[in-house]
Design a binder for this molecule. Sequence first.
Ligand code: BT5
Length: 250
Amino acid sequence: MSSIVWRIEHFDEIDSTNTWLAAQAVDGAPEGLVVTADFQSAGRGRLDRQWESPPAASLLCSILLRPDIAPDQLQLAVASVALAARAAMVRLSGVRPALKWPNDLIVGDAKIAGLLAEIVSVDERLAIVVGIGVNLTHEGPDNVHATSVRAESGVTISAPALLDIVLDELEGRCELLDSADGQATLRDEYQRALETLGQLVRVDRTHDVVLGRARGIDQYGQLIVVVDGEEVTISVGDVVHLRRHEGVAP
Ligand code: BT5
């Protein structure tokens, strides 16, 4: 079992750390390459949305992983990064975010961090670029219900300090990815952290809206929602936890 050698590249300003790292992955960069930036001029969310942060107010980074797992299990690698980020926040600030499917980190119902995973495949060699933005002192764009580590804890942590602990937490989880038992352990940690499970949810998909109760996660990391007794499997969508937002009884 070999541990990952992390190598960190830093930019004061970049378009998007994910875009930069995906290009490096195409050129064959090794697992463990990490890029950080103080500011992104074109930070990206999922589905072509924007990720916004003023300079030096967030951890903005992307991590290159080349896990030796089946392509349909890659979501577990992404979940590992979310869990590592969560554990790092707990260690440095005491803030313990929950996960909202698939990989948002939330405190109450405010978003404190988001993840963007992109698969890069060259000559059947799979790589995954996992980008993460953690609001350290910035509380998100005006029209978004978001929060920051400082707002939640009063603690100001630096991006390099947080990254250091994220990578420390990620290392052991990447080792777990190597075995079936380890994967089961990770899946268990993911499900326990995932506040979405058991909740009444609204899932906004590109062409429709699904209302139901989130029952679980399938083996590919997709969300299973029960709607009128029938299971609907969600691969992409935006989840709203209804109990909190709209006062719906559980
Ligand atoms: C995400 O997308 O949450 C993924 C965010 C990933 C950002 C990192 S930063 C480093 C790396 N390089 C990149 O280019 N990206 C990654 P999504 O679930 O689609 O959420 C995007 C939505 O979150 C936006 O449409 C806004 O509503 C909201 N948002 C934007 N900036 C935010 C912020 N700083 N805090 C909280 N919410 C924000």
